[in-house]
Ligand binder design. Sequence first.
Ligand code: GTP
Ligand code: MG
Length: 290
Amino acid sequence: MNFVSHLQHPLLSCYTAFGPSHGPSPTQITHCPYFPPVWFSSLCHQTSPWYTPEACLQMKDCWHAQVKSVCQDRASRSMGMMSKVVMLGDLYVGKTCLINRFCKNMFDRDYKATIGVDFEIEKFELSGVPYSLQIWDTAGQEKFKCIASAYYRGAQVIITVFDLADIKTLDHTRQWLEEAMKENDPGSCFVFLVGTKRDLLSSAECRKMERDAIKIANEMQAEFWSVSAKTGENVQDLFFRVAALAFEDAILKEVEGVTAPTVIGPGGLISKFFFFFFFFFFFFFLRNGQ
Ligand SMILES: Nc1nc2c(ncn2[C@@H]2O[C@H](COP(=O)(O)OP(=O)(O)OP(=O)(O)O)[C@@H](O)[C@H]2O)c(=O)[nH]1
Ligand SMILES: [Mg+2]
C-alpha cells in the first residue's frame, strides 16, 4: 500500500512542483509532466498555484498567518493531519487513472471499472507536519452508486471529474456534486471540477471545452483544472493544490475549534485490509438482499 511504501521512501512524497506564486495560465503549462524537486516545507509560506484565475477557489499565495505557528507546534510534536478527498464522476472519465498517475506514477490504457470504492493514501510533509490525503476513488457505474455514496460523508475535498472529450460527462458533474453534497454540509468542503484526457484534444478544442467547463465551475463554486493522466500533465500540480488548500483549511478549523486535531498513527488510518474486509461483507449482503 502507498502509505507503507512512502514511509520507506519518504523523499518520494516530499517534493513538489511549486514554481510561480501566481497561477499559470493554460497556455503557460507545458507538457513536461514532472518538475524538479522542491522541498514541500516551502509550502509553509506559499500555497500552491491555481490553474486558471477564472475558476479558482483562492487567489492568495501565502498561508494564513496563524498557520505558520501551528505548523511549528505540530512539527515539534510530530502531530500529523489527514484530509479526505472524494473523486466522483461518470464511468470511464478517468478517475482511477488520475489517482494512479499521482500515487503510483503509472497509466493503464485498459479500462478496469472500479467496483464500488477504493482508496489510496498519499503521505506528504508540509513544513515538518506529517500530512496525508486519503483519496477515495468511487465507481461511476450506476449499479455501484449506492455503495459509493456511503463514502461521500466527511469529505474535505470533492473532486468532480469529467472527460474533456465528452461534453455529456461535463453536464453530469452538477448531478454528481448534488449527490455528494447530500452527505456533506454546505460550505464544509472544497470543490474541484477536473477535466481529464486533455491529450486527446487539439489546443483549439481544449480551449473551447475549458471555456464551457469554467462556466460550470463558477456555478458550482468549484476550482477548475484540466489534466491528462496519460501524459501526467498538471496531475501533480492539481493534487498539490488540493493538499495545500485542505491542509490550511484543516489547521484553521482546528484553531477555531471547529474540529478536533487529527492525529495520524497506526490507529488513525484505515487499513486497506480492514477496508476490503468490510467492503466485501457489505457488498455480499447487498447482493444477497436483492
Ligand atoms: N487518452 C487518455 N485516456 C485516458 C486518460 N485517463 C484515462 N484514460 C482511459 O480512459 C479509460 C477509463 O479510465 P478509468 O480511470 O478506469 O475511468 P474511471 O472514471 O475510473 O471509470 P469507473 O471506475 O468505471 O468509474 C481507460 O481506458 C483509460 O486508459 C487520459 O488522460 N488520456
Ligand atoms: Mg475507476
